[in-house]
Design a protein around this ligand. Structure first.
Ligand SMILES: C[S@@+](CC[C@H](N)C(=O)[O-])C[C@H]1O[C@@H](n2cnc3c(N)ncnc32)[C@H](O)[C@@H]1O
Length: 239
């Protein structure tokens, strides 16, 4: 994943960096090593906006990698879903969390927004039944400019997406505005860049908490799940 959190004076300021997230390129040497590193850099950039054949590969990695699946299932647990909830996901990627959410939201509705048509196709194919039953709406668009007519949601969540938002504070404020009273926002983040540490996740949580507070969310709770590196979640509710 190509993201990094830089903690400077006062608040934590997330910045984006490009890192090849694997040891494959690092181990190989000479021409093969250089080729691997170039390929890995191109693959890493796909996690921001998957497209084309490499985007399809990135989606398959997200759907099959054990840690990726686990962190999404943990997030769904934190939502404490009810069968009739209306739920919004930002950046579903291949749609793993959405499928788990739908198992619990049996009469309510789901909406997912992603700026990657490639990812929306994978989400659609993983959740065909939901689309057929009219319980899932997929929207190709940016978190920074959501449609005006989305309505209110009981739960809103995003897993490893917020680091890509161009104005994180503004997006979180707009998501808080879409919550029904008592509704819950959960944002998860696992730093994936090379040499990522638990400290990167801690900085992200502090930054998220600041934005949640500024957005008027209350009853903030942090959760950390011990993967390597740890996965961080911040939960907040609309009063
Ligand atoms: C790293 S993937 C995470 C996918 C999934 N949440 C998971 O954890 O498996 C990031 C996803 O967010 C989408 N995305 C990134 N920035 C976005 C933005 N500004 N607006 C909408 N979608 C975005 C990407 O297209 C991609 O599907």
């Amino acid at each position: 994943m190509s993201d990094h959190i830089d903690v400077t004076a006062g608040r934590a300021h997330p910045v984006r960096q490009n890192h090849a997230p694997s040891t494959l390129g690092a181990r190989a040497t000479g021409a093969t090593g250089a080729l691997n590193r170039r390929l890995l850099r191109r693959l890493a950039s796909q996690f921001h906006r998957p497209r084309g054949p490499l985007g399809v590969v990135a989606g398959r990695i997200m759907a099959r990698r054990g840690s990726n699946v686990e962190r999404n299932l943990w997030l769904v647990d934190l939502l404490e879903l009810e069968p009739d909830h209306r739920v919004l996901e930002l950046g579903p990627g291949p749609g793993v969390a959405l499928a788990a959410t739908a198992e619990r939201v049996t009469t309510g509705g789901l909406v997912a927004v992603d700026h990657s048509a490639t990812m929306l196709r994978q989400t659609a194919s993983r959740n065909r039944g939901l689309l057929r039953d009219g319980r899932l709406t997929l929207i190709e668009g940016r978190a920074e400019s959501l449609p005006d007519d989305l309505g209110r949601f009981d739960r809103i969540y995003a897993m490893n997406v917020w680091q890509f938002w161009s104005d994180q504070e503004a997006v979180i404020a707009s998501l808080a505005g879409l919550l029904a009273p008592g509704g819950r926002l959960v944002i998860g983040y696992q730093p994936r860049h090379r040499a990522a540490t638990a400290a990167d996740g801690d900085a992200a949580r502090r930054c998220l908490r600041d934005h949640f507070t500024d957005a008027g969310l209350v009853d903030l709770v942090d959760r950390v799940f011990e993967l390597a590196p740890p996965v961080n979640y911040v939960i907040g509710s609309r009063p």
